[in-house]
Design a protein around this ligand. Structure first.
Ligand code: ATP
Ligand code: MG
Length: 248
């Protein structure tokens, strides 16, 4: 077995302290392999986003480890963590708003700007990403002027522009109508298929989860009945991991 791109080992995350202390994750272990699509499903408040933020190195665990290509993320310098987030990962999060009063293109190339890519190269790559999402004609528009679905596609363009090897998506179709949601889904799975990108998707949408190669169920801060072969004690029979079709 190859080394997983990402691995969670007994991850715990506690928010707050005293009376407001809350154990959002209580010991989660999980492997994500290169090129696969993994759905993280579960009820609201179960800990899905918390888990994804830890895997994406946007947050630090209270206990346990995140391994990146086999290396403990806690041993990486802040600079290495930033570089990984900026160049290896792409994010499709609804709370990662676009910057208003800024053009669509400038929003898309922001990660490249942070990475120090030259202006001409930023423009070339930004336009290519927008073009692949059918939004080249909107490049000069203010990001605020777009429809919800178009904004979501801009967020995807921004996630792609750095040519990430892992895309994290948190409810990528949550606020979209069925048709636009379908377009966004097709795009994400197309990237997985064509560029071998690894997809980690948090979703309530069973249809979307079913399209992923694998899914894990989070319940009350624990993975219950995951297909990683380590079901937690108390895992219910109705919480079996599902196997979607493989897109390779
Ligand atoms: N910063 C925080 N401080 C305190 N509690 C928090 C914080 N962030 C999350 N929580 C709590 O941790 C639990 C897990 O939150 P999380 O955002 O991971 O849930 P989720 O599964 O993504 O839910 P949803 O489907 O509604 O997005 C929730 O009970 C939430 O209230
Ligand atoms: Mg969430």
């Amino acid at each position: 077995m190859t080394t997983p791109v990402l691995e969670a080992r007994d991850l715990a995350r506690t928010y707050g302290r005293g009376a407001t202390r809350f154990d959002a994750l209580k010991g989660v272990s999980l492997q994500v392999h290169q090129g696969e699509s993994l759905a993280i499903v579960g009820k609201s408040g179960s800990g899905k986003s918390t888990l994804m933020h830890l895997l994406a190195l946007l947050d630090k665990p209270s206990a346990g480890q995140v391994l990146l290509d086999g290396a403990d993320a806690a041993t990486l310098s802040p600079r290495q963590v930033n570089r990984t987030r900026n160049s290896t990962f792409g994010f499709v999060f609804q709370q990662f708003f676009l910057t208003p009063k800024t053009s669509v293109l400038d929003n898309v190339v922001l990660p490249l700007k942070i990475a120090g890519v030259s202006g001409a190269e930023r423009k070339r790559r930004g336009m290519a990403a927008l073009d692949s999402l059918g939004l080249a004609d909107k490049a000069k528009n203010d990001a605020n002027d777009l429809s919800g679905g178009q904004k979501q596609r801009v967020v995807i363009a921004r996630a792609l522009v750095g040519e990430p090897s892992v895309i994290f998506a948190d409810e990528p179709t949550g606020n979209l109508d069925t048709n636009t949601g379908q377009v966004v889904e097709d795009m994400l799975f197309g990237l997985q298929r064509e560029r071998g990108i690894t997809l980690v998707v948090v979703t309530h949408d069973e249809e979307l989860a079913g399209r992923c190669d694998r899914s894990v169920n989070v319940r009350d801060g624990l993975i219950v009945g995951g297909s990683d072969g380590m079901p937690t004690a108390g895992a219910a029979v109705d919480q079996q991991a599902t196997h979607g079709r493989h897109s390779a």
